[in-house]
Design a protein around this ligand. Structure first.
Ligand SMILES: Cc1ncc(COP(=O)(O)O)c(C=O)c1O
Length: 478
């Protein structure tokens, strides 16, 4: 029988691999942007039974290094990765994850980690302060909750909206049959997590009203007010408006102050999905675009995007923290409560890893100034790319970047279908293998999408990206 490896043997076994592992983050440019061996994926469908006998640790480490890094690795830290939000994690944030795992504290309740819970409360307050979402000072409850990501934060926000607007009875008895549709409004650029929330909360995906956007991807306020009016006339109950503060595809920021006024007029909840970009809300150069954010009832923000945390940390901030317990309170005879923070009663999740330790470390280590420098660096690179697109023959910008997302497309010869052309161009760029970007379809038109979510990306890297696009265009023909 084999015993689990103890700490001393583990440290010895890991030592020879440390440089290779750390170099994935320290020197990401020495590896391809993406390795994707399809046979690896195919073999996962026939996993076989659980291994009967023990495998020595060095063999397993070999397998991780070889299999993952050589055969199926998205190198999100590479400055030529411009795809989905995939931050290059800050070293101190990775350290936070390591320490949190090692100590195995959970901030879910003070009994599961008294210091972890207390530090998490403070970290939430700092995030709220960082984005200028102040208020509720003096509340005994924390400013929000950390979640596994933006999806859970959005689902939790719409749950609070549902309970606040329809009344507490919905928690006990659910949505009764034949009751009016509880409707939620968001731009057509919404993240899919909102539709999932409607489904999971029993309000139904059809009750999510996708409101058309203007040419730059912002919700059309005239269309929104008309839709709310029509729904009211039809006997439905408008529950919430969700403003996008950094739409996933385009980075567009809705006119938040106008949305706040509409929700106030109709007695609706105002949620902001700022998973991607709310961190830019209170920085001098980007602040004006976020006017109205402070009026929201709740804000989603993902530290595992532009706060450069490793995956696994989302956040939901609320104006009135009492709403969290109003929506998520529970009782259990085996769980005693002494008035200190028990996050298990303030959100949907139970025992959680202490992912916020990495953010606590990063905020302490960098401070507001340090973060501002990294974020403005990303914005400068996106604006540099936009300027280059504007001055390059045959390219067209979707909109000026307000946050570090830049969408553009190539204009083919007359008579060629522009959407099919740009989809083919995207494929051709990916086939090269040296840069990675995605496509999107705002207003049903195909654009190449570039997100700068790596704090070490510089102008020279987007130069390389543009070179790749222009060369692929030459290969493809215009
Ligand atoms: C605007 C927006 N909201 C929500 C999410 C969901 O976040 P997560 O993938 O962390 O659940 C994303 C993800 O990209 C997003 O861009």
């Amino acid at each position: 029988m084999n015993e689990p490896t103890g700490w001393d043997d583990l440290i010895e076994a890991v030592r020879p691999y440390l440089d290779t592992l750390i170099d994935t983050q320290r020197k990401p440019s020495t590896r391809p942007v993406l390795t994707d061996d399809k046979t690896f994926y195919e073999s996962s469908r026939a996993p076989g039974p659980v291994p009967e006998v023990s495998t020595p640790l060095p063999e397993l480490l070999d397998e991780i290094v070889l299999t993952v890094l050589e055969r199926g690795y998205l190198n999100g830290a590479h400055p030529h990765y411009f795809g989905y939000f995939h931050p290059r994690p800050l070293p101190v944030a990775v350290l936070g994850d390591c320490i949190a795992s090692l100590l195995n504290q959970s901030p879910a309740a003070w009994r599961m980690g008294p210091a972890a819970a207390a530090m998490e409360v403070r970290t939430l307050a700092w995030v709220a302060d960082f984005i200028g979402y102040r208020g509720a000072e003096g509340s005994a409850l924390p400013r929000g909750i950390f979640t596994s990501g933006g999806t859970m934060a959005n689902i939790s926000a719409l749950k609070m909206a549902r309970d606040a607007v329809l009344g507490a009875d919905v928690r006990e008895n659910g949505l009764s049959e034949g009751s009016p549709h509880a409707t939620v409004y968001v731009s057509a650029e919404a993240h899919y997590s909102l539709s999932r929330a409607m489904d999971m909360l029993g309000m139904g995906r059809h009750s999510l009203r996708l409101v058309p956007t203007d040419p730059a991807g912002h919700i059309r306020v005239d269309a929104l007010t008309e839709r709310i009016r029509d729904d009211r006339r039809a006997g439905h109950r408008p529950v919430a408006v969700v403003g996008m503060a950094g739409a996933t595809a385009t980075g567009a920021i809705d006119p938040l102050a106008e949305l706040a006024a509409i929700t106030a007029e109709h007695g609706m909840w105002f949620h902001i999905d700022g998973a991607a970009a709310a961190v830019f809300a209170d920085l001098p150069r980007t602040r004006p675009a976020f006017t109205g954010l402070a009026l929201a009832d709740s804000v989603t923000l993902d530290p595992h995007k532009w706060l450069f945390l490793p995956y696994g940390l989302g956040c939901l901030l609320v104006r009135d923290p009492g709403r969290l317990s109003g929506s998520f309170s529970e009782q259990a005879h085996y769980w005693s409560h002494d008035g200190r923070t028990d996050f298990v009663y303030l959100g949907p999740e139970g025992a959680r890893p202490w992912k916020s330790l990495g953010l606590w470390l990063a905020l302490r280590h960098l401070g507001r100034e340090g973060y501002e420098r990294l974020l403005m660096g990303n914005l400068d690179v996106a604006r540099y790319l936009a300027a280059r697109v504007r001055t390059t023959d045959g390219l067209e910008l979707f909109a000026d970047p307000v946050v570090p997302v830049c969408c553009f497309r190539a204009i083919p010869q007359r008579g060629v279908d522009i959407d099919a052309y740009n989809a083919a161009l995207h494929e051709a760029v990916l086939r090269r293998g040296d840069v990675h970007l995605t496509i999107c379809r705002p207003n049903d038109e195909v654009y190449l999408r570039v997100a700068i979510n790596n704090h070490t990306t510089r102008a020279e890297h987007v130069d390389a990206l543009l070179d790749a696009v222009l060369e692929a265009r030459t290969t493809l023909g215009r």
